[in-house]
Design a protein around this ligand. Sequence first.
Ligand code: ADP
Ligand code: MG
Length: 393
Amino acid sequence: MADSVPTVSELFAAARRRYEQLFGGDAPLIAVCAPGRVNLIGEHTDYNQGFVLPMALPLVTVVVGSQTCGRDVTVVTATEHADEPHRVDFSLPADGAPLAPGLPRWANYVKGVIEHYRAPPVTGFRAVIASSVPLGGGLSSSASLEVAFYTFLQQLQPDDGDKVSKAVACQQAEHSHAGVPCGIMDQFVSVLGREGHALLIDCRSLEATLVPLADPGLIILITNSNVKHSLSGSEYPLRRRRCEEAASAMGKSSLRDATMKDLEEASDRMDEVTVRRARHVIDEIERTVQAADALRRGEYKEFGRLMVESHNSLRDLYEVSCRELDELVSAALEVEGVYGSRMTGGGFGGCTVTLLQAGAIDRTMLHIQERYSGTPTFYVTTPSEGARVLSLP
Ligand code: ADP
Ligand code: MG
């Protein structure tokens, strides 16, 4: 019942075929991939300098390609992409001139990465992208594209940075070229994720701790609601602004430094909506640390309880859930063997993540399918490895 997802080798083979068709039979000399991610808990905390607990997914974006002479760049996406051409051609600007965003929109993620790459490429290249990460589904196809592309550029011309600076450069690409003021989580876990582990990221210090998560008795199920409400783009910057207002009303540089007591004391200096938004963030940061501890101890029930608390807070205080996500979570929680379930990602559609006993997987998917008013897509996932170079056969 779970969606069948192409493997990395299948994606690679498809990308290589496309490359050979397009570029006169030449085989690509470089192949890399970077994963999408699911956030287990810690939602809307990253841009508040808090904690998040994501894991890298077996869903990946693959980039294959080769260097060319001159400064011309051609990039083709083999991924279905509504309303936009699949191919973009441009030249690397001379003398450090900026590479401005434009159309197609998807190419801005690529241009942004070139712009923020720590050792700007001096020669052109041709590349083909293939991905199994659903686009716009909340599993961060955007970060997987940025990080895969950065990894591709590293093969063309090595940079001098570490992995954290790579994640930061990809985040900056999304800010400047896609216009999305995202936090660091998605790019960070796409670079640093490890097989068999979730990653507890302190978004203030950018320190990450691996949390083992490789129990054969446990399943992490992602359910895509297959809806995305148009609110998601406009509401995100509004939430960010509220958080900044709340922090400054409390005299703090971010909500990471605020306590519930600070919030109570300063609540007459904020409107009621701002107080609710801040309450979610302050609680969620604490919940994420507790959840990582529960996972380390193998206390899945406790972890599940915190997931449900997180969902309720996102629904009632942060107000970023929607009817479809609430339906999916309620349905999952009705099944015996489910520890917890919550919306994951920015909200207003996208996916839920559910933690359950392996033996309960079939009845869980069946029950969700029966109860959900839309058409869900399921991914049974395991924590996977971050960005990597693929060896060419
Ligand atoms: P999410 O990151 O949750 O999937 P976003 O809206 O942040 O959603 O990013 C989705 C956008 O990223 C797409 O609309 C497209 O512009 C770009 N993108 C991601 N992956 C690809 C790909 N394989 N090919 C072309 N564009 C892609
Ligand atoms: Mg994204």
